[in-house]
Design a protein around this ligand. Sequence first.
Ligand SMILES: C[S@@+](CC[C@H](N)C(=O)[O-])C[C@H]1O[C@@H](n2cnc3c(N)ncnc32)[C@H](O)[C@@H]1O
Length: 361
Amino acid sequence: MTQATEGMVGGGYYDAHSSFQARTAASGGALLAKAVEALTLPANGQVTVADYGCSEGRNSMAIVGEALTLLAARGASDMAVLHNDLPTNDWGTLAANLAGPDSYLRTFPTARPLFAPHGFFERVTLPASVTLGTSGSAAHWLSAQPPGIDMPRSLYRSDAPPDQLPKIVAQAAGDWTAFLSARADELQPGGILLVQMLGSDDSVDPVRVSAAALMGLMNTCILDLVDSGEIPAEVYARYCFPVVPRTIAEATIAVTGLLADRLELLHCGLTAVPSPYQAAYEKSGDAAAFARDYVAFTRAFSESSLRDGVFRFARGGADAAADRMYGLMQTALAARPDAYPFDDLTLAVMVRRKPVPSSWR
Ligand SMILES: C[S@@+](CC[C@H](N)C(=O)[O-])C[C@H]1O[C@@H](n2cnc3c(N)ncnc32)[C@H](O)[C@@H]1O
């Protein structure tokens, strides 16, 4: 396993099953307005918006469109949009979305979309070139498995054994610093980055970790395959689901510490974003539909990572193992629809690139 994920499930599947991520993006509307208000607009009116971890683009279209509207209202005249994700992302669907009815190009036909297929833990574009950076539901992904991880019976930050948790937290800390450091290179002086990602609340004991119940169910279902001999136990022991919801302190420390000479923290806070799948179930009472939609959402973001790290080692092949595991999840959710809530806490972080001191030029 080389990297944490190859991206979301493609072919339009992620777009069709990411209404939770769409809600997360929408919940950041007021912060996006503040970000555009607080950034330094280049004197020539030429701006670049970068969206980091854009996936297939349905949700990206909405947030970028909103950003362009706000920037145009501030006087931006020429606009470029850099869409960033991994090289293995479904770029074809993104291109189709750009040509589709919900594209920001309908409103801003002179804006120029650019693709940046490169991991966001490194610089993905030229230094000092980005006016506004956004990133939705992406920066919680790790770059790779935490080195030396050994978790035979658990999957995630919330259920990791005490001797393994520090490895997970250390990997997340290093990755976050790398992510921010790359953005500090790319942002123009006075440029702003707004990140929304999964969060954890450590003001309560035990720490409240976003999606803990869902990941607990996923762990139970994978262990079913491990205990039946379908998946080798030593393979599962080396795998941790490579998404880490950070606490406010964990998100803040890199900005106020190592990167304090380059970045200024404007906002860091947690907000609960309700699960649309739970809301639909409460309205309809249809447990089967709830289980189907909740599993499709889970599959869209998790399957690529689980295939590479776990399912490809299954005795009966990756396809059968994936279908079996997600099938088990669906059965459990239909039987007990209230037992595994998504329980999200979205962590929003806004930073501004400090001006480069004249003595450095
Ligand atoms: C859940 S999707 C979010 C997509 C979109 N921003 C949204 O709000 O719906 C997470 C995205 O982050 C991308 N991602 C994960 N690790 C990445 C990395 N190292 N570099 C660039 N993109 C990455 C994934 O490929 C995926 O497309």
